[in-house]
Design a protein around this ligand. Structure first.
Ligand code: SF4
Length: 385
């Protein structure tokens, strides 16, 4: 149950930030300049306090998570040479390239047979052999085997790729996949929308306007989606703010986004990491917390801000629950994409581990479905007893 909480602006040490705090206290929308200040002030605790205030008004002490499983059916991608931040993709004949048959996908999905997994999160490379038929049969097969499991699948970039190789419109691809069982879209592939950044890190990838257009079309068809930003590489503060502004604008227009998830860049095993001399170093905890907190404040029309523990560690994710975050990436089971890029986190977390992370942050864990309806709340004493 959302709680009211008070906001003591005297605790903010940066005077300029206090002026932003007054807007937050009165519920006024923040400007791009406000967001730039949030990204640059040294008073991270002040930013966190404001974000926590807004978050508590929306969600009280509840922190949600989903029992989900990641499946990556193919790492073959024709953009392998041009997305220089990517450690996951391979060319078709390159060592380590794989393309699952449908039976392999169904075998990997078998953990859902326990009834615990409630969502498949399915994304992969832009594989010329992975078109509309492949994914339609995959989703039909998964729904036939596990009708209770929600399918969140295919980034906007993959949807546009299927449209291109199957010579169809994005709208027809989305309609067909929706009929086959796709329920929602994940938020990947957005990277940073700014043209200069895209040219530097993902030259040939779907343009920002086209990424937005795929999500706009999905929302119009009643398919809800998530959105992301990959931060911590070559982007500027202005790039970050402009990216968030574009997401906020689409949310004003369609209301179709479920959650925003900032994604921390990992520099291992990719060209960009070598170019930047960043191999072995990831984003800082300071920046990770700031990205989450700023999102909570600037994206005032989003209900859910989610932390991706695989990228920033479960401990940072736990801390972020006091910085405006109300949703924690779920059980995952077997993560590949960020582990290829040097993530040292576990490939999955058990239910007990997730509950413990949330409880020990003084919050109340609640399992949710993919539309953020709460399925069960875990009171510590009730579970311990
Ligand atoms: S980021 Fe996506 S589109 Fe780019 S190379 Fe990797 S898998 Fe392919």
């Amino acid at each position: 149950m959302p709680q009211s909480s008070s906001l003591n602006l005297d605790k903010i040490t940066d005077r300029n930030l206090r002026a932003v705090g007054e807007k937050v206290a009165t519920g006024n929308r923040l400007s791009n300049q406000d967001a730039e200040l949030l990204f640059s002030t040294p008073d991270l605790l002040g930013v966190g306090m404001l974000a926590d205030y807004v978050n508590r008004r929306k969600h009280g002490d509840i922190v949600t998570f989903a029992a989900n499983q990641h499946i990556n059916p193919t790492n073959v991608c024709y953009l392998r040479k041009t997305c220089v931040f990517c450690s996951f993709a391979r060319l078709p004949k390159e060592e380590g390239a794989y393309h699952y048959t449908l039976d392999q996908v169904f075998a990997e999905a078998e953990t859902a047979a326990t009834g615990l997994t409630k969502e498949f999160h399915i994304v992969g490379g832009l594989d010329m052999k992975a078109g509309l038929q492949y994914y339609s049969e995959m989703f039909r097969g998964l729904k036939a085997r596990y009708p209770h499991v929600h399918i969140k699948a295919l980034t906007a970039v993959e949807i546009a790729h299927i449209a291109r190789i199957d010579k169809m419109s994005v709208e027809d691809v989305l309609r067909t996949l929706h009929e086959a069982g796709l329920d929602t879209l994940p938020g990947g592939g957005a990277e940073v929308f700014g043209r200069g950044v895209r040219m530097a890190i993902a030259d040939k990838k779907l343009a920002a306007e086209d990424w937005i257009e795929v999500h706009r079309t999905a929302h119009r068809l009643g398919i809800r989606s998530n959105c992301t930003m990959l931060y911590g590489h070559v982007e500027t503060i202005q790039d970050r703010v402009e990216h968030l502004r574009m997401l906020r604008d689409l949310q004003d227009e369609s209301g179709g986004f479920l959650a925003y998830i900032p994604l921390a860049y990992h520099p291992d095993n990719n060209e960009l990491g070598v170019e930047l001399g960043r191999q072995g170093t990831a984003t800082t905890g300071f920046d990770d917390l700031r990205n989450l907190a700023v999102a909570r404040l600037f994206l005032d029309n989003f209900d859910h801000i989610k932390t991706h523990w695989i990228m920033v560690t479960p401990f940072l994710s736990q801390t972020s629950l006091a910085f405006g975050v109300n949703d924690l990436e779920g059980t995952v089971v077997r993560e590949k994409i960020y582990h290829e890029a040097g993530a040292h986190t576990a490939q999955g977390l058990s239910l007990a581990e997730i509950l413990d992370l949330i409880w020990s942050a003084g919050k109340i864990p609640a399992e949710r479905d993919s539309f953020y309806n709460i399925l069960r709340v875990f009171e510590r004493d009730a579970v311990a007893a």
